[in-house]
Write a protein that binds this ligand. Structure first.
Ligand code: SAH
Ligand code: SF4
Length: 434
């Protein structure tokens, strides 16, 4: 989502500025930030600190902090980092053009952290696809902003505001423009895509939106994230099973395997309900890949609660998980819970979780060997430019040898020959579509 917001800022500024990879050449530096966990928030201060000296040498340089940490800290950032000129929150950055004009006149720090529940994000069409790479074949498209769920550990509803769905016509137009520029796969983004449109009159539901997007000619693959298990519907399962453009991958964050902890997290589902949805999904789409987010060491999580999370890994058999040690976030309800899990214990649980998942991932990856899979070629492999890279419909990275290296954007068949820890290796067989 942040990557997508950064692209939007780039589009907004592309008439006045051009990108540079060297900060020494920059007239404007914007640091787009994340505050979902403690660690990325801390990184912001060291990142911004790197530009202090640059600003001293070049006083006309404009430095701005944007995104969630800007939203969270507002004025405090100017107090703590007096060489910062702009603090623009998660809605504020959309006004960057006017704000820069105002700044150039007054030369005084500007803080814009208003959050309006009826905010309408403008439709921004990319002239160039991304900052430096003009020939991207995959792209993110935000379909909704904010969140109304208030999971007790989570800062998102406070820094991104109430849930707002974008009009379907804007979403379709944005994707059509991307496809014209060569994009073949889009990932629709929202904190809870399953509640898309529900607050608006006459908006399609999420499964209906998927079917509308899939009508776009030249678009081959559709992904979406994130799914909230409480709103993950039978209708969506049926849509995944029947619409061939939808990738066979679902990110369905469990967060924790104990009903006690799920309740304290305010997730609004039990592990039994979660498993029931997973079973239905596997039955309707037998080769589906499921991935998840897991938090270890939520306040009051006992060893026994954690064992239940481990047990869920075995039952669901995720392709992959993204796991995090719980960290206190400002404004959240969990911050005030008393019985915090010690850091060493969180560390231990995280390690155990990784080990357990690594075994499962490896077994699943091994089962791909000798299979023929469809890959959308994203470009040369980052580690070996003589190989190509892309992903399966199940979102597994595949690097492969190919007689032709100029087939970025093609859909090809690849035979899997080897399974690594984080990716697969294969051999090119044939082009399916180009
Ligand atoms: N809307 C998504 C999650 C967005 S935040 C959903 O509901 O699934 C991304 C992930 O960060 C979450 O899934 C959670 O696993 C993690 N996370 C959020 N707050 C956290 C905190 N305080 N400590 C540790 N991890 C956290
Ligand atoms: Fe955060 Fe929960 Fe909303 Fe996801 S659904 S963004 S975890 S509050």
């Amino acid at each position: 989502m942040n990557e997508n917001d950064t692209e939007k800022m780039y589009i907004l500024l592309s008439n006045e500025y051009e990108p540079t990879s060297n900060p020494e050449n920059a007239d404007l530096i914007l640091i787009n930030t994340c505050s979902v966990r403690e660690k990325p928030e801390h990184k912001v201060y060291s990142e911004v600190g790197r530009y202090k000296e640059l600003k001293r040498k070049k006083p006309d340089l404009i430095i701005g902090i944007t995104g969630c940490v800007a939203q969270q800290e507002g004025e405090n950032l100017i107090k703590r980092l007096p060489y910062v000129d702009l603090v623009l929150g998660t809605q504020g950055f959309y006004f960057i053009r006017d704000i820069l004009k105002e700044f150039q006149q007054k030369r005084k720090p500007i803080v814009f952290v208003e959050l309006k529940p009826d905010f309408k994000p403008p439709l921004l069409i990319r002239e160039n696809l991304t900052l430096f790479d003009q020939k991207k074949v995959t792209a993110f498209v935000t379909i909704m902003q904010g969140c109304d769920n208030f999971c007790t550990y989570c800062i998102v509803p406070y820094v991104r505001g109430r849930e707002i769905s974008r009009p379907p016509k804007d979403i379709l137009r944005e994707i059509e423009e991307l496809v014209k520029k060569g994009v073949r796969e889009v990932t629709l983004l929202g904190q809870n895509v399953n509640s898309y449109g529900l607050k608006e009159r006459n908006y399609p539901t999420f499964p209906e939106l998927l079917n509308m997007v899939s009508q776009i000619d030249g678009l081959w693959r559709i992904r979406f994230t994130t799914n909230h298990p409480k709103d993950f519907s039978d209708k969506l399962i049926e849509t995944i099973a029947t619409n061939p453009k939808l990738c066979k991958h679902i990110h369905l964050p469990l967060q924790a395997g104990s009903n006690k902890i799920l309740k304290k997290m305010n997730r609004k589902y039990t592990k039994e309900e979660y498993l029931e949805k997973v079973e239905k999904l596997k039955k309707a789409v037998p080769d589906i890949a499921i991935t998840s987010d897991i938090i270890v060491g939520f306040p009051e999580e006992t060893e026994k609660d954690f064992e239940e999370t481990l047990d869920m890994l075995k039952k669901v058999r995720y392709h992959e998980i993204f796991s995090f040690k719980y960290s206190d976030r400002p404004f959240t309800a969990a911050k005030n819970l008393k019985d915090k899990v010690p850091e060493e214990e969180k560390e231990k649980r995280l390690k155990k979780l990784h080990e357990e998942q690594q075994k499962i991932t490896q077994e699943i990856y091994n089962s791909y060997i000798d299979k023929v899979v469809e890959i959308l070629v994203e470009g040369p492999s980052p580690k070996n430019p003589n190989m190509l890279t892309g992903r399966t419909t199940t979102n597994v990275v595949v690097n492969f040898k190919s007689p032709r290296l100029d087939i970025k954007g093609a859909l090809v068949n690849v035979k899997i020959t080897e399974a690594g820890k984080h990716s697969l290796k294969g051999e090119y067989l044939e082009i399916l579509k180009i």
